[in-house]
Design a binder for this molecule. Structure first.
Ligand code: HGY
Ligand code: MN
Ligand code: MN
Ligand code: MN
Length: 412
């Protein structure tokens, strides 16, 4: 009997249709920030997709969408999934591929009348991309959120998480009720685009992920003095922009001295105040995201950034303050799952690369409560978090079939 396989046409149709929700024809990118209207619309669309197939789907207390073939009560599931929220002007595949490949796996199970020992559950984890710190939905599931954090969290524009939740029909503190018993998960596999250049460079269709990079996110403020751009002498300024520029120039040295080749430091959003051409900026607020696959190196990077920013503040007569929005430690994947994915890739004759993930993923939290692993497919040119994020359809098909085979093995 030939082995069941995914139907690429169905998966492609779902991906193209989800991409329309929050799509901007100007930028050709998609924007569905966590708990915005576009994100909520996408969740409704996804629930409807599950229901059209005759499956059961619901949004839980934390805003995660969860779909299964039937809603009979079960002790344990094999889980798969990812996220459908996006960055600003993102691409078609980041997150959506893992969720919609999971939906396609459910269709294959149903149409082949496969009898599984353990049912499969597909998750679209809420707020993965970090509008409010990142990976909020999966952290709620595994019981890592606190009431204090939920009530304090805000986005870079000052929008409070609790208001965004209320506007999404979610009672903020009921998010804590999303927690599930850790034994509920027998195992978890996330299919995701690599979002980096390794597989495309090696021309390999599959990545088997060994560990996931840690990530910290700060909002940094340098506060000086606004002044007249014509009369204020250069040596008498407390110019916040010059402080940021000075820090930006220090980043390569910080990584050289404290980091590794996997270290990343990124200033992604900058607000100069008051923001007028004829005024020396008295304040700058910027995001700083640091990453590495090693926790000690992450701490060394953070310590060095703090020291350098303090020294720069003194030099430019500025005040320095920062708020840590999130700190997610690096996380190894389960050897059982790493070995399983490799075995199934060999069965399917798929060349693969065993590799770490530079991007953060929901799998790094699932790995704290169950055997978790990830399958990567190539990103052309290594590009992601941008409209020209792209993966060849034949690689999507290979990755989704490997996910199917791996999940069926875990669930049988
Ligand atoms: O930014 C990341 O690491 C992931 O895409 N959320
Ligand atoms: Mn992602
Ligand atoms: Mn992403
Ligand atoms: Mn992910």
């Amino acid at each position: 009997m030939s082995l069941p396989a995914i139907n690429l046409e169905r998966l492609r149709k779902d991906l193209l249709s989800l991409f329309e929700i929050g799509y901007d024809p100007q930028t050709k990118g998609v924007t569905r920030l966590g708990f915005t209207q576009a994100d909520n619309d996408a969740k409704e669309w996804l629930i409807n997709r599950f229901e059209i197939e005759g499956f059961c789907a619901r949004i839980d207390h934390a805003g995660n969408v969860r779909g299964r073939i039937s809603d009979e009560s079960v002790q344990q599931v094999v889980a798969t999934g990812s996220h459908i929220d996006t960055v600003i002007s993102g691409g078609m595949f980041d997150g959506a591929l893992g969720v919609l490949a999971g939906l396609e796996v459910l269709r294959v199970i149903k149409e082949n009348k496969l009898n599984l020992k353990t049912p499969l559950e597909v998750f679209a984890f809420a707020e993965e991309e970090g509008r409010f710190g990142g990976m909020m939905g999966v952290q709620a599931l595994i019981g890592e959120l606190t009431p204090e954090w939920i009530l304090k969290a805000h986005d870079v524009n000052g929008v409070m998480l609790e208001d965004a939740l209320k506007n999404s029909g979610i009672d903020p503190l009921s998010v804590l009720d999303a927690r599930v018993d850790p034994d509920y998960f027998k195992s978890f596999i996330e299919l995701h685009i690599e979002q980096g250049p390794v597989l495309d460079t090696l021309k390999k269709p599959i990545g088997v992920v060994t560990s996931i990079s840690g990530v910290f996110k700060w909002i940094v403020r340098l506060i000086g003095k606004s002044n007249h751009a014509g009369t204020a002498p250069m040596n008498m300024r407390s110019d916040a922009f010059m402080g940021l520029a000075n820090f930006a120039n220090e980043i390569p040295r910080i990584i050289d001295e404290e980091g590794s080749d996997k270290s990343r430091l990124t200033v992604g959003k900058v607000d100069l105040k008051p923001g007028h051409a004829h005024t020396v900026p008295g304040e700058v607020e910027f995001t700083l995201v640091g990453r590495d696959v090693d926790a000690d190196i992450m701490h060394a990077l953070a310590d060095s950034c703090r020291k350098v920013l303090s020294a720069i503040a003194r030099k430019h007569k500025l005040m320095f303050e920062f708020e840590q929005m999130s700190w997610l430690d690096p996380q190894p994947m389960s050897n059982n799952i790493i070995n399983l994915i490799q075995t199934e890739a060999q069965h399917l004759d798929l060349p693969f690369e065993v590799m770490p993930s530079g991007a953060g993923h929901d799998a790094q939290h699932m790995a704290k409560v169950t055997d978790a692993g990830m399958i990567f497919v190539p990103s052309i040119g290594g590009v992601s978090h941008a409209p020209d994020e792209w993966t060849h359809w034949q690689d999507i098909e290979k990755g989704a079939n490997l996910l199917l085979r791996s999940l069926l093995t875990l669930a049988s």
